[in-house]
Ligand binder design. Structure first.
Ligand code: SAM
Length: 259
């Protein structure tokens, strides 16, 4: 592939176009994904790619989806959701009557709706807000529509499916009692100001694409976004190194509490 205009040139131009800073993502992985996308779109070099994305909205949107990796699932890693339900939330409710919750990097909404169903079913709601954010407008739109193919619902317990989703042809739609508990919003973890005073933050399977330095900075910002005693719940391949230095302590695998 002819990449006469180099990597640095590409990421600078791409940032002007999209406001997304690819410097913070792991380069080898990102380069592979970009090159495979260009190949499949029959684009031979970075300058053609940038100019085509400037004029072809669909190509641009497809590319964003390709690099942001939007795979998600309802109750992803069910065992950890069980720890959340049985240990973490009851402990949080000892201190607060209603929780502030943030699903950061929420993709198409499965994580945020899983939370909403859990709060409604097991805790009589008792939340102030579930904020669900992502960098990708396209996934946020899908999330707010809340329509899922049957295949995407395999990990959703049957009790929830029957109670909180309505069949629509081959798909199921999240019902309004669940939808109204979630507020979707665009937020770039690398650029935007973090909201404050959260009791529970989920940031799962998002930072895996970032460099080590970026991850550490993000975890510090998440720690600052928690109120003392608040919890961050991370993905099942993730770990927060030097958590104490960030003001966090591990309370269970994949759960850290703000000291
Ligand atoms: C693999 S999905 C994770 C979805 C969900 N948290 C889960 O575990 O099932 C990763 C999400 O992170 C989002 N993302 C990537 N970079 C981001 C950034 N800088 N700010 C906010 N979200 C970002 C992507 O758009 C994508 O939807």
């Amino acid at each position: 592939m002819d990449t006469t205009q180099g990597w640095e040139w590409f990421i600078t131009k791409f940032e002007s176009l999209s406001k997304i800073d690819l410097n913070a993502y792991k380069r080898p992985q990102m380069e592979r994904r970009i090159n495979s996308f260009m190949k499949s779109a029959n684009i031979g070099n970075y300058s053609d790619f940038i100019s085509q994305m400037g004029t072809d909205r669909i190509l641009y949107q497809r590319f964003i989806e390709h690099i942001t990796i939007n795979v998600s699932e309802f109750f992803r890693n069910l065992n950890q959701w069980s720890v959340l339900e049985k240990d973490i939330l009851p402990a949080l409710y000892k201190e607060r009557s209603a929780l502030r919750v943030w699903s950061a990097g929420c993709s198409t909404g499965e994580e945020a709706y899983s939370l909403a169903m859990l709060f409604k079913e097991k805790f009589n709601v008792r939340i102030e807000t579930i904020l669900a954010t992502d960098i990708d407008n396209e996934v946020l739109e899908k999330a707010s529509i809340g329509l899922y193919a049957e295949k995407a619902l395999q990990t959703l317990p049957a009790e929830y499916l029957n109670k909180y989703l309505i069949r629509e042809g081959d798909c199921y739609r999240i019902n309004d009692s669940i939808k109204k508990l979630v507020h979707f919003k665009r937020h770039d973890l690398l650029k935007d100001i973090f909201p404050k005073d959260y009791d529970l933050i989920l940031c799962r399977n998002v930072v895996i694409y970032f460099t080590e330095g970026t991850k550490q900075k993000l975890y510090q910002r998440f720690a600052n976004a928690l109120r003392p005693g608040g919890i961050i719940f991370i993905g099942s391949t993730e770990q927060i190194f030097q958590s104490r230095e960030l003001g966090l302590e591990s309370v269970a695998t994949f759960f850290y509490r703000k000291i």
